[in-house]
Design a protein around this ligand. Sequence first.
Ligand code: SAM
Length: 259
Amino acid sequence: MGDEQQSVVFDRAADFYDATRGFPPGVAARAAALVVEVGGLGATSRVLEVGVGTGRVALPLAALVSNVVGVDLSVPMLRHLLAKRGEPRVAVARADAVQLPFPAARFDAVIGVHFFHLVPRWREALAEVARVLRRGAPLLLGADEPQDAWARCREELAVCNAVDHPGVSRSRFFDFPADEGWSPLGERHRIAFPRRIRPRQILERLAERSWSITWRMSDAQIERAVEALRPELVARFGDLDAEAEVAGGFSVQGWLAPE
Ligand SMILES: C[S@@+](CC[C@H](N)C(=O)[O-])C[C@H]1O[C@@H](n2cnc3c(N)ncnc32)[C@H](O)[C@@H]1O
């Protein structure tokens, strides 16, 4: 299979994923509660997360829903999840979302959080999701949705450099299933919370290629992005080493597969 057909696997991010992507204290439980609310889930619902990673969403969800399963292509990411899990548990498997190792109609919901943009064969993955969902059960798409300028910079710098993700385009994160005949399950729901950041970290994380979009950028593109961003951050925050509070958010949109 050519590179252009391959998903972005997170092996290289496993050791720093939680430190760079984790929710602020207390927010994970609220994010899980939002997933439960939007999905209409109950304590005994069977839920699958595709691209479960280190369990950022699946582990707090398992405190509310007894039967949570996660698949991921990255063994190092799954190892981090397994190292954290106590009770309640999340069952995991190394599997590709384009070929899920489950029978048809197995789940009451499938979750995909920061996932489909990483999968060039996302249409096949979406069809697999439809196959393993029981009739009328939702796909729940989730993403961190920072409202503040500092966080938008990641997206903007990618646009500046004409770099996009290999799967679903960033502009279609929440609504791409519509193109495949899926129907929205109500409105997009969002929780808001503050995040504390040290602005210089944004430049450091860019230079260290912490975010997956940067794995597709050349050294020259990274350098240009850092230099373009620095004055913007100074204008926005002043002292780049002083901790600042910015607005954060997490959103979930439910979708129902075509009949
Ligand atoms: C950005 S991380 C998100 C992890 C988790 N959902 C979260 O919100 O923290 C995306 C995960 O999807 C995994 N992944 C990418 N392509 C995949 C595929 N085709 N099948 C299964 N997992 C995949 C990556 O290895 C990575 O762990």
